[in-house]
Design a protein around this ligand. Structure first.
Ligand SMILES: Cc1cc2nc3c(=O)[nH]c(=O)nc-3n(C[C@H](O)[C@H](O)[C@H](O)COP(=O)(O)OP(=O)(O)OC[C@H]3O[C@@H](n4cnc5c(N)ncnc54)[C@H](O)[C@@H]3O)c2cc1C
Length: 308
């Protein structure tokens, strides 16, 4: 398979950007990840049906990324076509208290734009560095609020390349979960219903939330946010802290000193380092509490040895 020929063929059909053998560490907040055969950043949502068709026609597996802020891409990278929506379609349209945002729009930008219009409901998004689409898939949330509370409809595209408008109920959104995880339906646009609020009050709440993160999380170093979801009735961070994992290191990956549920990339970490650290963190928590922690981070791609 000659990737330049494929890229050339694709470029004749779409306006979006196409990169060949692109290291995905350039596209994840962890700054980790081997190459994508072809990385495409579409120019508009309407290019997606064509990209899916192209993938199918050429036998290229398709993987969708938002802003890569909740993923660990393995060191062998992701074969086939990787479509990255952050940096691509990002329109946001307001209509009274209703909003529709392209899946590639970043959540902190949406939160700011809503605040500028005196609309409340999206304050929780201010410190979550993902896209609106990724936010729906993960049912992202913070400070007691989450996506499912404000989303009214989700536009998706499936393997049949038809766009569908679904109510959130159809997506089984639960704690950091939805039926869109690991399935082949992709979010293209998201509709929200907000409430009128007071601009200054909303700004204050956002500043408060950001300050909380600056105090408690390694917000300015490469990571993918919380590594594990909270087990029922317990905080993963608390269990991990008690298990003494802070500062634990494997290669270039280290458990943050600020928060035991964050792994940071000290510079040259590989996915293998992170996976080894995850295993050790799980082992220590099982040993002390008998609780099996499950990852929130989505692990994608192939090991180095499988790609050769
Ligand atoms: C510093 C930091 C702080 C964070 N804080 C929080 C927090 O407070 N709360 C929280 O919930 N999360 C938090 N996160 C995690 C992350 O930002 C969220 O999970 C976010 O919703 C992921 O969005 P994304 O666009 O980056 O998705 P990605 O990481 O790119 O993708 C996540 C998963 O969704 C899939 N996906 C992405 N977009 C689409 C789409 N349009 N259609 C179908 N599938 C798609 C991907 O294939 C992948 O499986 C944090 C991360 C960091 C780095």
């Amino acid at each position: 398979m000659d990737l330049s020929i494929l890229a050339g063929e694709l470029q004749q059909k779409i306006k979006g950007k196409i990169l060949i053998n692109e290291p995905l560490k350039n596209h994840t907040t962890f700054r980790i990840g081997g190459p994508a055969d072809l990385l495409v950043v579409p120019a508009e949502v309407e290019e997606l049906p064509y990209l899916l068709e192209f993938g199918e026609e050429k036998g290229l597996p398709v993987t969708l990324l938002g802003n890569g802020s909740n993923v660990l891409v393995r060191d062998g990278g992701i074969p086939g076509l990787v479509i990255k929506l952050a940096g691509g379609p990002k329109q946001i349209q307001f209509d009274g208290t209703g909003v529709v945002a392209d899946a590639g729009a970043l959540m902190p930008r949406l939160a700011r734009e809503a605040q500028n219009r005196g609309l409340t409901g999206l304050v929780f998004m201010i410190g979550i560095p993902g896209t609106v689409g990724g936010g729906v898939v993960m049912n992202a949330g913070a400070h007691g609020q989450c996506m499912e509370q404000v989303v009214t409809r989700v536009e998706t595209i499936g393997p049949d390349r038809k766009m569908r408008l679904l109510p959130p109920m159809a997506l089984q959104m639960g704690y950091r979960n939805s039926s869109l995880q690991g399935n082949f339906n992709y979010v293209t646009r998201v509709y929200f219903k907000l409430s009128m609020g007071e601009k200054d009050r909303i700004r204050e709440q956002m500043e408060h939330n950001l300050e909380f993160r600056r105090q408690k999380q390694p917000w300015n170093r490469p990571s993918a946010g919380s590594v594990f979801i909270n087990p029922p009735g317990q905080a993963a961070g608390f269990l991990l802290d008690r298990a003494g994992v802070k500062g634990l290191t494997r290669g270039g990956a280290q458990v943050a000193e600020e928060h035991a549920n964050f792994i940071i990339n000290k510079g040259e970490a590989t996915a293998r380092d992170v996976l080894a650290l995850i295993e050790e963190m799980q082992r220590l928590v099982i040993k002390l509490f008998g609780v099996e922690l499950k990852t929130e981070i989505q692990v994608l791609g192939e090991d180095l040895n499988r790609r050769g």
